[in-house]
Design a protein. Structure first.
Length: 463
């Protein structure tokens, strides 16, 4: 049974069984001297098995929810004090269900210097679903579902979601707040969170499986401090910002992509802020976002095997893009391309402002645009190729410089007859061995403003 059907089945049981979500008046404590089974009434201080009205305290030993058994509680506190050897294990085809009113401002499960092993179905409905404190460990081999109003999972411990594991968080302010190591070899689903789907802070997140985030909210993933290493698939759909790499003068967040990141239908696909870094070794695909990448004083590096593909958004009468949509917008920071960048069906392919630098060593292709490259900053084409096709205005250089060097090629082809290919109000340098090729008719194929300079030691061809 997959995670969705299990989750739905539990909700049906809640409705049919009338499990209460009012605050528990009962404390029940594990008092067996040694390990044992949850469903043995003699292991509890009240002489009965916990029910949905109980706050359950397990402060010592290891407890097992055995195969085929279904445990319930209002709240679970695992490892109340710093005592080693405390643990809870849910076996195959077993379950633990904790249901509260999410407005109770209570925590469903507290794991405090203890271990939690889940090979069955764990369902939590609470204000905070699972609170993992220092010294805690959570290993998931099957299904965890957390419905919460504040935080689905708060992690200051360590989480391993194994290959067969599935974690679902729904309806929180933050789906997963990760302050300790989190390794995902299985699947993580975050749905309908109002602030952050996943917050990476202090410690890192390693994804070897699938992370899928969608349906509203401010950000899919915020990497404030620490590192997100992706060796699997990350998909983010329908948020204000898909992924944000944050930072301050002393702390920074980093996204290191070795496989596939897909972002779609967001206002901004990927945003980098001060001191943050994104390094792409594989596939970064951004579609239907008003701004594909917004680099605000961060550092974006596309390595030799990296492919960045940004596809435009919506429609505008007579064109194939939405007004003011941008593939890459730099309000500061640095962009280095050693691989392939493809920008298509956008109002502006690349727009970099005064404090932003773009350096290209390989290939940047821009098609179906109004402004191909609108530059107020520095653009250096260092032996690479920048190609504009089927747009309106190719390259506009304002206050800073465009430098074509070390055998680089700037190619502009197929724009409309009313367009201009190159317009420079700043410095335009075409160094020895470098080429500018402009094909097909233009009203203004190449223009240098009165206060600008042209330094041509290579070749400029208009066909």
């Amino acid at each position: 049974m997959n995670y969705i059907s299990k989750h739905n089945a539990v909700i049906i049981l809640i409705l049919l069984g009338g499990w209460s979500s009012i605050a528990s008046q009962n404390l029940i404590t594990w008092d067996k001297a040694g390990n044992g089974f949850w469903h043995n009434k003699d292991n509890w201080d009240l002489g009965r098995v916990p029910n949905a009205m109980d706050t359950v305290i397990i402060a010592h030993d290891s407890v097992i929810v055995a195969t085929g058994e279904h445990a319930m509680a209002y709240k679970l506190v695992l490892g109340e004090t710093f005592t080693s050897g405390v643990g809870l294990a849910i076996f195959n085809n077993a379950s633990l269900t904790i249901v509260q009113n999410v407005m109770d401002e209570d925590v469903g499960i507290i794991i405090h210097d203890a271990s939690f092993f889940n090979a069955g179905l764990l369902t939590v409905v609470a204000d905070v679903g699972i609170d993992m404190r220092l010294g805690s460990y959570l290993t998931n081999q099957d299904s965890i579902s957390a419905t919460a109003s504040t935080t689905g999972i708060s992690n200051f411990g360590e989480i391993v979601n194994e290959t067969a594991g599935s974690i679902l968080t729904v309806g929180s302010f933050t789906g997963i707040s990760n302050n300790g190591p989190l390794v995902n070899d299985g699947k993580i689903f975050v749905d309908n969170c109002s602030n952050n789907g996943i917050l990476v802070n202090i410690q890192g997140l390693e994804n070897n499986g699938l992370i899928s985030i969608g349906n509203g909210g401010l950000r899919g993933i915020e990497i404030y401090r620490g590192q997100l290493i992706n060796l699997g698939l990350i998909t983010v759909v329908g948020l204000t910002e898909g992924i944000r790499t944050g930072g301050t003068d002393t702390n920074s967040g980093e996204l290191l992509n070795h496989d596939s990141v897909s972002i779609s239908s967001c206002e901004t696909g990927l945003k980098l802020v001060i001191n943050s870094t994104v390094t792409n070794h594989s596939k970064l695909d951004i579609r239907l976002c008003s701004k594909g990448i917004n680099n605000d004083n961060g550092s974006l590096r596309n390595e030799s095997l990296g492919v960045i593909s940004i596809e435009g958004i919506g429609t505008m009468s007579g064109f194939g893009y939405q007004s003011e949509s941008s593939g890459i917008f730099g309000s500061g920071g640095y962009l280095e391309n050693f691989g392939q960048v493809s920008l298509n069906n956008l109002y502006t392919g690349i727009e970099n402002c005064d404090d932003c630098t773009v350096v290209n060593y390989q290939n940047i292709d821009i098609t179906s645009f109004d402004f191909g490259l609108l530059s107020h900053g520095i653009v250096i084409n260092s032996g690479g190729e920048i190609e504009f096709m089927t747009g309106n205005k190719g390259l506009l250089v304002f206050s800073e410089v465009f430098r074509n060097e070390q055998g680089g090629t700037l190619s502009i082809e197929g724009c409309t007859s009313e367009s201009l290919a190159v317009k420079a109000f700043g410095d335009f340098e075409n160094n020895m061995g470098s080429h500018v090729v402009i094909k097909k008719p233009y009203a203004v194929p190449f223009s240098i403003g009165s206060l600008a300079t042209l330094d041509n030691q290579g070749t400029i061809t208009v066909e």
